[in-house]
Each structure stands twice: as structure tokens, then as C-alpha cells.
Unconditional design. Structure first.
Length: 245
């Protein structure tokens, strides 16, 4: 994790510790990263586990059995995320639009949580080409083989699309899980810093020079607490679209 915010990092680390009580793990913090790609490169170099998770520092894990869920999903793919698209048409994964968006992300709202879902392909959507970098899990050797490109992605945007698209192009199996209960405490934005990354991404990956789809395929429901959020996530994983009429 790249984080220069002590409070935010502590909250994130405590959440992972609660979610992985019976799973040995270390949390590697890079506090002075010049970019996420640069920080992740340093982080994976010192990581000792077979499985590595690249996570934003504003993440919370709600699933009490997160370790078991993560293990099951990683057994079926090489790179695992929580949101992504089966088509790469722009410099951000949501540009693909419906019906190519998949996964689930939970966000905080004023009264509890807001569970966002993107497709009925649950609990695992395969054939993904680009992913959201809020949470990416994989074997350490996969991370080292594909590598984070700090030259092409020299800021805090675009690193996720670049990495996951190159992984897909290399023939790796990319998937997104809908049942991990990952909360992201920010929605992100396409600001001027993101725009500065776009030209580099498109130059490197011409297929990203497409138009943004107008079909968002985004469904969300607000719930009062973490227990209700996970109940909704699990119900959706069992029933698909019926959970979100």
C-alpha cells in the first residue's frame, strides 16, 4: 500500500488484520511513493508472501471470512480484482459501459454503506481485460512478471489499466469477484492529473483510444451497516439480478 496518511493507513491495516485473523500476512507500507507504479514496484520487491494484494489506503474489508473467499477466487484466476471490464475501449475501465462492466464495490454514504454492482456474472466474472486498481490480488510471481511501469505511469492514475491490460495481453486469466466485501472510501475522479496520463496510455495501448460508452450499467442500493452490506452482497452472489430488481 502506498500511503502518506498515518490515520488512513492505520485504519486500512486494522481492517485487513481483522479480515485475515488466521492467515499469516504482512502489510508493506510505501510512504514516499512518487507514483503508485513506483511504490508498488518497491513494495513487491520486499514482500515475502506467495500472494500479494495491491490496495489503496482508503479500503475497508467487510467479509469476516475474507481470507477463505480470496483463496477460492484466486484458485480460478491469475489476477483478481473487484471491478473491471471485459472490453478495453478507453483509459478508464468504466468507459467500456454495459454489458461489459463486472464486479462490485461498496462505498460509505451518510447513513451506512452503498453497495454498487455492475453485472449478473457472480460471484466471479472471467475474461476481464482492464480493472480498477482499488484492490488487485495475485501471486507474487505474476506481479514480478508483468511489472508496474513507473515510466509510462508516473503519477497516481492509469497504472491499473496499464498493468491489467498488459496482463491480459500476456494471456493471463483476469477476473473480478463480487463477494469480497471491499469498501472504497472515495469514488475517484477524472481530474487534470488523470487527463495528463491519458495520452501516455493511449500511445502505449491504441485500443484505449475509443469513445466512452453512455451505458453505465450501474446499480446501487444503500444499507444501514456492514452486516446488511454483506448480506446483500451474498444474496446477490446467489441470485444475481433478482437481488437488485
Amino acid at each position: 500500500t502506498c500511503s502518506n496518511d498515518d490515520t488512513q493507513f492505520a485504519a486500512m491495516a486494522a481492517s485487513y488484520d481483522r479480515a485475515l485473523p488466521d492467515w499469516p500476512h504482512d502489510i508493506v507500507r510505501i510512504a514516499d511513493a512518487t507514483s503508485l507504479a513506483e511504490g508498488y514496484t518497491r513494495g513487491v520487491a520486499v514482500a515475502t508472501g506467495e500472494i500479494v494484494i495491491f490496495s489503496h489506503d482508503d479500503v475497508e474489508i467487510l467479509a469476516a471470512d475474507f481470507g477463505h473467499r480470496l483463496s477460492r477466487r484466486l484458485a480460478e484466476c491469475d489476477v483478481l480484482g473487484v471491478a473491471g471490464a471485459t472490453r478495453a475501449t478507453g483509459p478508464a475501465w468504466p468507459f467500456a459501459g454495459w454489458p461489459f462492466l463486472h464486479g462490485s464495490v461498496i462505498y460509505p454514504d451518510e447513513t451506512g454503506y452503498r453497495v454498487a454492482v455492475y453485472s449478473r456474472n457472480v460471484p466471479l466474472a472471467r475474461g476481464i481485460r482492464v480493472m480498477d486498481g482499488v484492490f488487485l490480488a495475485m501471486r507474487r510471481e505474476v506481479a514480478l512478471r508483468i511489472g508496474w511501469d513507473a515510466e509510462a505511469c508516473d503519477g497516481f492514475h492509469g497504472y491499473d489499466v496499464d498493468f491489467t491490460l498488459r496482463a491480459a495481453q500476456a494471456g493471463l486469466r483476469l477476473a473480478v469477484a463480487s463477494d469480497l466485501g471491499v469498501v472504497h472510501r472515495s469514488y475517484g475522479s477524472f481530474d487534470t492529473r488523470w487527463e495528463a496520463t491519458v495520452s501516455k496510455l493511449v500511445a502505449r495501448h491504441p485500443e484505449l483510444n475509443g469513445e466512452r460508452s453512455k451505458e453505465t450499467g450501474f446499480v446501487a442500493r444503500s444499507v444501514p451497516d456492514a452486516a446488511h452490506a454483506m448480506a446483500l452482497v451474498d444474496n446477490w452472489a446467489r441470485m444475481g439480478k433478482a437481488s437488485f430488481p
